[in-house]
Design a protein around this ligand. Structure first.
Ligand SMILES: [Zn+2]
Length: 132
């Protein structure tokens, strides 16, 4: 069934992809995996996971509700990974450039961002991003 595919576009089943990471069954091994799991969390307006996966240095705790409300108000249309720099299992930081598409009030919009991911301990976190 198409609707059991993971929203991140990996073509894997949901429960074999981002859900494993957001539920804490396993850690993201690469920055890209963490990035995908955060996109999927946006499609579910999962503010708790968006906070947890955000680096403590830059975590926007007071914006959580606004982020959830906004994520819920739009229709998520897909994720495209455009490029990567480091962010592999053996790295301690990395960049992922992506495009996330969504419909807001009937119009297609995109977030085109180059995101910085940093590892703390053995865990990857989203640190910050530059909009392109
Ligand atoms: Zn996924």
């Amino acid at each position: 069934m198409a609707d059991s595919l993971c929203p991140c576009g990996s073509k894997k089943l949901k429960n074999a992809c981002c859900e494993l990471i957001s539920s804490g069954k396993r850690e993201a091994t690469t920055a890209e995996e963490l990035m995908r799991s955060r996109y999927t969390a946006f499609t579910k307006a999962d503010g708790a996971y968006l906070m947890k996966s955000h680096h403590p240095e830059t975590r926007p705790v007071k914006d959580r509700k606004a982020i959830e409300n906004w994520a819920k108000s739009v229709q998520w249309m897909g994720l495209v990974i455009l490029g990567k720099q480091a962010g592999e299992a053996s790295d301690s930081s990395g960049h992922v450039e992506f495009r996330a598409l969504y419909l807001e009030r009937g119009e297609m919009h995109q977030i085109h961002e180059n995101s910085l991911f940093r590892k703390q301990g053995e865990k990857w976190y989203y640190h910050s991003g530059v909009h392109l």
